[in-house]
Ligand binder design. Structure first.
Ligand SMILES: [Zn+2]
Ligand SMILES: [Zn+2]
Length: 96
């Protein structure tokens, strides 16, 4: 099993096929949730993780925080998620 570098938060509430992961904007450092299929972006990752159907704020490659039309996105690894204190957004690991 490869080491899971970028864990998914949940399935995408819009397209249903994609997975939401945390990304950091290379311009303003905002952390958002982005779908790997439909590329929609939610600036409030906690809200879309908890509530599911929530309107997205932007679509790749635009940033909803600094409003740049095109930014470089960096996918957060599990370690970076822990460092940012966002572990609570991840699904609970299996207990076995
Ligand atoms: Zn999607
Ligand atoms: Zn930004």
């Amino acid at each position: 099993m490869p080491k899971q570098e970028a864990p998914a938060l949940r399935s995408c509430p819009v397209c249903g096929d994609g997975l939401l992961r945390l990304y950091r904007c290379g311009r303003c450092d905002a952390v958002v949730a982005m779908c790997d299929e439909c590329e929609l972006i939610w600036s409030d990752a906690a809200k879309v993780v908890r509530r599911g159907k929530t309107k997205s704020n932007a679509a790749f490659p635009a940033c909803p925080a600094c409003e740049a039309k095109r930014v470089k996105w960096f996918r957060l690894s599990l370690e970076e998620i822990r460092e940012a204190g966002l572990e609570s957004l991840l699904p609970s690991p299996p207990s076995d």
